[in-house]
Design a protein around this ligand. Sequence first.
Ligand SMILES: [Zn+2]
Length: 240
Amino acid sequence: MPLEEIIQQATDNGVEKFITIAVEPDNFDRVKELAEAHKNVFYSQGIHPHDAKLSSPEALAIIRKRTSEKKMVAVGEIGLDYHYDNSPRDKQREVFKEQLEIAIDTNKPVIIHSRDADDDTIEILTQYAPKLSRKGVIHSFTSGPGLAKKAIELGFYLGFNGIITFKNADAVRDIVKLCPIDRLLLETDSPFLTPVPHRGKENAPFHLPHILEKVAEIKSLPTNEVEKTCYQNSMNLFNL
Ligand SMILES: [Zn+2]
Protein backbone atom coordinates (compact mmCIF):
# COMPACT_ATOMS: atom_id res chain seq x y z
CA MET A 1 0.00 0.00 0.00
CA PRO A 2 1.41 3.46 -0.87
CA LEU A 3 2.60 5.45 2.12
CA GLU A 4 0.16 8.31 1.54
CA GLU A 5 -2.70 5.85 1.74
CA ILE A 6 -1.35 4.27 4.92
CA ILE A 7 -1.10 7.69 6.56
CA GLN A 8 -4.59 8.65 5.40
CA GLN A 9 -6.14 5.45 6.66
CA ALA A 10 -4.35 5.78 9.99
CA THR A 11 -5.53 9.39 10.32
CA ASP A 12 -9.09 8.21 9.59
CA ASN A 13 -8.67 5.69 12.43
CA GLY A 14 -7.58 8.38 14.90
CA VAL A 15 -3.80 7.98 14.66
CA GLU A 16 -2.46 11.52 14.50
CA LYS A 17 1.29 11.21 14.75
CA PHE A 18 3.87 8.63 13.78
CA ILE A 19 7.42 7.78 14.73
CA THR A 20 9.38 5.88 12.15
CA ILE A 21 12.22 3.97 13.73
CA ALA A 22 15.77 3.59 12.49
CA VAL A 23 17.49 0.34 13.34
CA GLU A 24 20.73 0.30 11.40
CA PRO A 25 23.07 2.83 9.78
CA ASP A 26 21.69 1.80 6.36
CA ASN A 27 18.25 3.26 7.07
CA PHE A 28 19.19 6.38 9.06
CA ASP A 29 18.72 8.64 6.04
CA ARG A 30 15.58 6.92 4.83
CA VAL A 31 13.60 7.50 8.05
CA LYS A 32 14.86 11.08 8.24
CA GLU A 33 13.70 11.84 4.69
CA LEU A 34 10.40 10.16 5.33
CA ALA A 35 9.76 12.27 8.42
CA GLU A 36 10.82 15.46 6.71
CA ALA A 37 8.44 14.80 3.82
CA HIS A 38 5.38 14.32 6.08
CA LYS A 39 4.05 16.78 8.60
CA ASN A 40 3.04 14.34 11.34
CA VAL A 41 5.87 11.84 10.95
CA PHE A 42 8.82 11.94 13.34
CA TYR A 43 11.88 9.71 13.48
CA SER A 44 14.45 8.08 15.70
CA GLN A 45 18.05 7.14 15.07
CA GLY A 46 19.71 4.15 16.65
CA ILE A 47 21.65 0.97 16.11
CA HIS A 48 19.54 -2.06 16.94
CA PRO A 49 21.22 -4.82 18.97
CA HIS A 50 20.92 -7.11 15.91
CA ASP A 51 23.20 -4.68 14.08
CA ALA A 52 25.58 -3.78 16.90
CA LYS A 53 28.33 -5.40 14.85
CA LEU A 54 27.73 -2.70 12.19
CA SER A 55 28.36 0.12 14.64
CA SER A 56 31.18 2.54 13.89
CA PRO A 57 32.36 5.89 15.25
CA GLU A 58 30.88 7.45 12.08
CA ALA A 59 27.44 5.92 12.67
CA LEU A 60 27.45 7.03 16.31
CA ALA A 61 28.49 10.52 15.21
CA ILE A 62 25.50 10.72 12.85
CA ILE A 63 23.12 9.79 15.68
CA ARG A 64 24.66 12.40 17.94
CA LYS A 65 24.52 15.09 15.27
CA ARG A 66 20.90 14.38 14.34
CA THR A 67 19.69 14.81 17.92
CA SER A 68 19.74 18.56 17.25
CA GLU A 69 17.24 18.20 14.40
CA LYS A 70 13.64 19.07 15.07
CA LYS A 71 11.96 15.87 13.94
CA MET A 72 14.45 13.47 15.52
CA VAL A 73 12.61 12.56 18.72
CA ALA A 74 14.52 9.64 20.25
CA VAL A 75 17.65 7.53 20.27
CA GLY A 76 16.62 4.02 19.28
CA GLU A 77 16.10 1.23 18.82
CA ILE A 78 18.97 0.38 21.10
CA GLY A 79 19.32 -2.50 23.52
CA LEU A 80 20.00 -6.20 23.80
CA ASP A 81 18.65 -9.21 21.91
CA TYR A 82 19.94 -12.52 23.27
CA HIS A 83 17.16 -14.42 21.51
CA TYR A 84 18.65 -14.11 18.04
CA ASP A 85 22.23 -13.19 19.05
CA ASN A 86 22.76 -11.58 15.63
CA SER A 87 25.66 -9.63 17.10
CA PRO A 88 28.04 -10.81 19.85
CA ARG A 89 26.62 -10.04 23.30
CA ASP A 90 29.60 -8.02 24.49
CA LYS A 91 29.33 -5.88 21.35
CA GLN A 92 25.59 -5.43 21.97
CA ARG A 93 26.25 -4.21 25.51
CA GLU A 94 28.99 -1.85 24.35
CA VAL A 95 26.90 -0.26 21.57
CA PHE A 96 23.85 -0.03 23.88
CA LYS A 97 25.91 1.89 26.45
CA GLU A 98 27.51 4.17 23.85
CA GLN A 99 24.05 5.17 22.62
CA LEU A 100 22.73 5.68 26.16
CA GLU A 101 25.60 8.14 26.59
CA ILE A 102 24.42 10.02 23.48
CA ALA A 103 20.88 10.23 24.89
CA ILE A 104 22.25 11.45 28.22
CA ASP A 105 24.41 14.13 26.60
CA THR A 106 21.65 15.37 24.30
CA ASN A 107 18.58 15.06 26.58
CA LYS A 108 16.77 12.65 24.28
CA PRO A 109 14.55 9.75 25.37
CA VAL A 110 15.53 6.21 24.33
CA ILE A 111 13.58 3.45 22.58
CA ILE A 112 14.84 0.19 24.03
CA HIS A 113 14.61 -3.26 22.49
CA SER A 114 15.22 -6.02 25.03
CA ARG A 115 14.62 -9.68 24.29
CA ASP A 116 15.70 -12.59 26.50
CA ALA A 117 18.16 -10.23 28.16
CA ASP A 118 16.27 -9.16 31.30
CA ASP A 119 19.18 -9.36 33.74
CA ASP A 120 21.64 -7.36 31.66
CA THR A 121 18.98 -4.80 30.69
CA ILE A 122 18.12 -4.31 34.37
CA GLU A 123 21.80 -3.90 35.23
CA ILE A 124 22.49 -1.37 32.46
CA LEU A 125 19.30 0.65 33.01
CA THR A 126 19.91 0.81 36.75
CA GLN A 127 23.33 2.26 36.01
CA TYR A 128 22.29 4.75 33.29
CA ALA A 129 18.69 5.76 34.12
CA PRO A 130 19.57 8.30 36.81
CA LYS A 131 21.57 10.28 34.23
CA LEU A 132 18.88 10.07 31.51
CA SER A 133 16.79 13.20 31.87
CA ARG A 134 13.96 12.01 29.58
CA LYS A 135 14.11 8.22 30.28
CA GLY A 136 12.37 6.23 27.50
CA VAL A 137 10.32 3.19 26.58
CA ILE A 138 10.99 -0.54 26.59
CA HIS A 139 9.20 -1.19 23.33
CA SER A 140 7.41 -4.38 22.30
CA PHE A 141 7.56 -5.52 25.88
CA THR A 142 7.89 -9.30 26.19
CA SER A 143 10.20 -9.52 29.20
CA GLY A 144 9.39 -10.72 32.69
CA PRO A 145 7.76 -8.88 35.60
CA GLY A 146 11.19 -8.21 37.14
CA LEU A 147 12.28 -5.98 34.26
CA ALA A 148 8.80 -4.46 34.01
CA LYS A 149 8.76 -3.40 37.66
CA LYS A 150 12.33 -2.15 37.57
CA ALA A 151 11.78 -0.12 34.39
CA ILE A 152 8.64 1.47 35.85
CA GLU A 153 10.48 2.23 39.09
CA LEU A 154 13.27 3.90 37.09
CA GLY A 155 10.77 6.13 35.26
CA PHE A 156 10.41 4.26 31.96
CA TYR A 157 7.32 3.50 29.92
CA LEU A 158 6.43 0.04 28.58
CA GLY A 159 5.32 -0.26 24.94
CA PHE A 160 2.77 -2.84 23.83
CA ASN A 161 1.70 -3.90 20.35
CA GLY A 162 -0.17 -6.66 18.49
CA ILE A 163 1.44 -9.34 20.68
CA ILE A 164 -1.16 -8.62 23.37
CA THR A 165 -3.88 -9.82 20.98
CA PHE A 166 -2.14 -13.16 20.33
CA LYS A 167 -3.67 -16.28 21.88
CA ASN A 168 -0.50 -17.50 23.58
CA ALA A 169 0.53 -14.16 25.10
CA ASP A 170 -0.96 -14.42 28.61
CA ALA A 171 2.43 -13.54 30.13
CA VAL A 172 2.52 -10.24 28.21
CA ARG A 173 -1.10 -9.49 29.13
CA ASP A 174 -0.11 -9.97 32.78
CA ILE A 175 2.49 -7.22 32.30
CA VAL A 176 -0.20 -4.94 30.80
CA LYS A 177 -2.17 -5.55 34.02
CA LEU A 178 0.70 -4.54 36.27
CA CYS A 179 1.77 -1.53 34.17
CA PRO A 180 0.18 1.71 35.44
CA ILE A 181 -1.84 3.32 32.66
CA ASP A 182 0.23 6.49 32.86
CA ARG A 183 3.32 4.43 31.95
CA LEU A 184 1.86 2.56 29.03
CA LEU A 185 2.48 3.30 25.36
CA LEU A 186 0.66 1.89 22.34
CA GLU A 187 2.74 0.94 19.30
CA THR A 188 2.35 -1.19 16.20
CA ASP A 189 5.97 -2.18 15.44
CA SER A 190 4.76 -2.25 11.84
CA PRO A 191 5.37 -3.90 9.46
CA PHE A 192 5.68 -6.68 12.07
CA LEU A 193 3.35 -8.13 14.72
CA THR A 194 0.01 -7.45 13.06
CA PRO A 195 -2.78 -7.62 15.66
CA VAL A 196 -5.68 -10.06 15.59
CA PRO A 197 -7.97 -10.12 13.54
CA HIS A 198 -5.54 -9.11 10.76
CA ARG A 199 -2.70 -11.46 11.70
CA GLY A 200 -0.86 -12.78 8.65
CA LYS A 201 -1.10 -9.49 6.75
CA GLU A 202 1.53 -6.78 6.77
CA ASN A 203 1.12 -4.48 9.76
CA ALA A 204 0.51 -0.73 9.48
CA PRO A 205 -0.21 2.15 11.89
CA PHE A 206 -3.94 2.09 11.07
CA HIS A 207 -4.20 -1.13 13.09
CA LEU A 208 -3.43 0.74 16.32
CA PRO A 209 -7.10 0.81 17.51
CA HIS A 210 -7.03 -2.99 17.90
CA ILE A 211 -4.20 -2.63 20.39
CA LEU A 212 -5.95 0.21 22.20
CA GLU A 213 -9.13 -1.87 22.53
CA LYS A 214 -7.21 -4.85 23.87
CA VAL A 215 -5.44 -2.76 26.52
CA ALA A 216 -8.82 -1.33 27.60
CA GLU A 217 -10.24 -4.85 27.81
CA ILE A 218 -7.28 -6.24 29.80
CA LYS A 219 -7.32 -3.32 32.24
CA SER A 220 -11.15 -3.10 32.40
CA LEU A 221 -11.02 0.60 31.61
CA PRO A 222 -13.11 2.66 29.18
CA THR A 223 -11.46 2.77 25.74
CA ASN A 224 -11.59 6.56 25.55
CA GLU A 225 -9.79 6.87 28.87
CA VAL A 226 -6.98 4.56 27.72
CA GLU A 227 -6.82 6.42 24.41
CA LYS A 228 -6.50 9.82 26.08
CA THR A 229 -3.90 8.72 28.61
CA CYS A 230 -1.72 6.76 26.18
CA TYR A 231 -1.83 9.60 23.66
CA GLN A 232 -0.71 12.03 26.34
CA ASN A 233 2.03 9.59 27.43
CA SER A 234 3.46 9.58 23.90
CA MET A 235 3.27 13.37 23.67
CA ASN A 236 5.05 13.71 26.99
CA LEU A 237 7.79 11.19 26.34
CA PHE A 238 8.65 12.22 22.80
CA ASN A 239 7.72 15.89 23.09
CA LEU A 240 5.67 15.65 19.88
ZN1 LIG B 1 12.48 -3.98 18.63
